[in-house]
Design a protein around this ligand. Structure first.
Ligand code: XIL
Length: 297
């Protein structure tokens, strides 16, 4: 196959990218995105601050722009994200307790009703753990330790057709506190019947040539709990070809690793643009890392 999406499809997987609505008018950008990828994540446009700028008033214009652009080209869409400590609208940042808990539930219901039956998956909860595996303190955590499972139960009831994922960074190394914290939560959810279908490993890698310890083992161990795994926001400092090849191989080696998404198209589009972490350079040319990924898929 000659594109990332087609190559990933050979093994039943997808290869995706994050898209920014305000770049879709750039034809170099949109041409690469539509040609190479078959799964799209809105980089910011489906986050709480974007979708519910005022309490009770949803604004789906930018989210729908991404959704329509993707589906008109036959690409699937992952939703990102419903409940997160960051990128909350101002009104939500100042809430706490039962008022915030209700706002979270209302947000999930409002957003999922709008996209009902349309998305491949939702990152229901994003980045809820500290590096040591304890829960990150936030206004959401302050509503009670059960906020995550309430988010997932609400999401399942709102749209039973979409996969529900927990998403986080620095959970790639099996011998790491945060990985263990997330693993224990997923195991607990599965044992108690809390609805969860997938774990997203953001896979923002920095430096070095080897992968964080036992990356493939981490994918296997999550999958063994009965969830799919996906690499959801991949970028790698200086686009290390060995890290890109390695993370791709780790996914390919795990049957329940269903796909890989890179966090942007060209280096110049990246939130880490000073680290040149993506598969296309600022001119839209394929980098060595692109070939290292394509060769493994
Ligand atoms: C980032 C976007 O790329 C930036 O444009 C924005 O300013 C901040 O958020 N983890 C996530 C993503 O889950 O939503 C973040 O995206 C990157 C880290």
């Amino acid at each position: 196959a000659s594109t990332l999406g087609a190559a990933a499809a050979q093994s039943g997987r997808y290869f995706g990218t994050a898209i920014a609505a305000n770049r879709l008018g750039d034809s170099t950008y949109s041409t690469i995105a539509a040609r190479e990828f078959n799964m799209i994540t809105a980089e910011n446009e489906m986050k709480p601050e974007a979708l519910q700028p005022n309490r009770g008033q949803f604004n789906f214009s930018s989210g729908d722009q991404i959704y329509n652009w993707a589906t008109q080209r036959g690409l699937q869409v992952r939703g990102h994200t419903l409940a997160w400590h960051a990128q909350q609208p101002g009104w939500m940042q100042s809430l706490n307790g039962s008022n915030l808990r209700q706002a979270m539930i209302d947000h999930i219901n409002g957003v999922m009703a709008h996209y009902k039956g349309k998305l491949a998956a939702w990152d229901v909860v994003n980045e809820a753990f500290n590096e040591d595996g304890s829960r990150r303190s936030s206004n959401l955590q302050g509503t009670g330790n059960d906020w995550i499972e309430v988010a997932f139960r609400t999401a399942r009831a709102a749209d039973p057709s979409t996969k529900l994922c927990y998403n986080d960074y620095n959970i790639e190394n099996w011998s790491y506190g945060k990985t263990q914290g997330v693993y224990n939560m997923i195991r607990d959810f599965k044992s108690r019947g809390v609805p969860i279908d997938c774990v997203g490993l953001q896979t923002h890698f920095t430096g070095g040539s080897s992968l964080p310890g036992n990356f493939q083992t981490t994918l296997q161990n999550f999958a063994a709990l009965g969830v799919d795994v996906a690499l959801t926001e991949v970028d790698v400092t200086n686009s290390s070809t060995s890290q890109y090849a390695g993370l791709t191989q780790a996914c390919i080696n795990v049957p329940r690793c269903i796909g890989i998404t890179v966090w942007g198209v060209r280096d110049s589009d990246s939130w880490r643009s000073n680290e040149s972490p993506l598969l296309f350079d600022g001119g839209g040319n394929k980098k060595a890392a692109y070939n290292s990924v394509l060769n493994v898929l």
